[in-house]
Design a protein around this ligand. Sequence first.
Ligand SMILES: NC(=O)c1ccc[n+]([C@@H]2O[C@H](COP(=O)([O-])OP(=O)(O)OC[C@H]3O[C@@H](n4cnc5c(N)ncnc54)[C@H](OP(=O)(O)O)[C@@H]3O)[C@@H](O)[C@H]2O)c1
Length: 252
Amino acid sequence: MTQTLLGKIALITGASKGLGKAMALALAQAGANIALVSRDEAKLNAVAAEIRGSGGNASVFVADVTDEAQVAKLRAAVAAQFGGTLHILINNAGINIRKPVTDFTLAEWNSVLTTNLTSVFLLCRAFVPMMKGRGYGRIINLTSMMSHISLPGRTAYSASKTALLGFNRALALELADEKITVNGISPGVCDTEINTPLMQNPELRAQFLSKIPVGRFGEPSEIAKLALYLCSEDAGFITGTDVVIDGGWTAQ
Ligand SMILES: NC(=O)c1ccc[n+]([C@@H]2O[C@H](COP(=O)([O-])OP(=O)(O)OC[C@H]3O[C@@H](n4cnc5c(N)ncnc54)[C@H](OP(=O)(O)O)[C@@H]3O)[C@@H](O)[C@H]2O)c1
């Protein structure tokens, strides 16, 4: 692969598994130096080892992205490691709780909104200052097919992911003159841990599969290649928008 991101420093939240891990591997292969963030040190170390094993560079930062104090510590640690520089920020950490609105506790509602939405605010507030003044920057906030359509039992998740569309537009306008683009990637259904409840239920799995026009689930590597493109110099005119990658689900 061409080293299109050589010399770039990228921070990816939720990099311990799933889509975050896939994006970390892809950006590292393209030459970026990756700050891997999640709460699980062992899993992050395994991802870092995989990256280093194929000649890339990665560092591990353990943080709960919903916690303001931990994000402040993360910012200080990343700034110290990379001399105050950051080029790419991918806010990917996310959770889902699926149940009817009447069954949600306030704590459950808050955990979805805080993880999927408020953390993005906290990370952008912390790291945008390190990204300014470089004539290049990329922020990708993981949205979802559920930012555009929804299903029963997804009030909290859809609310959080739809709110990000507005957040992304506003931040894109704030940062346009800095040449920092801000976009969402809206994946359809991929077979990662967030979807364990549906993947392990044969009936539900088949039901979801039947709704995907291309007839298969998405691959994390496909999301990663899209992220890689949005991070490239070629994508500098794409900002304030959302790219849906869902096998055609939302076209129906
Ligand atoms: N997979 C899909 O089909 C799909 C579709 C649409 C959108 N998305 C979005 O894509 C993103 C990634 O999803 P995924 O499929 O890769 O899910 P996943 O496999 O469940 O991974 C979620 C990641 O988020 C991290 N995370 C969760 N809460 C965190 C917290 N408080 N602090 C730090 N890290 C936290 C987890 O890290 P630790 O547990 O190690 O802390 C993990 O690395 C999410 O935003 C999700 O909503 C996924």
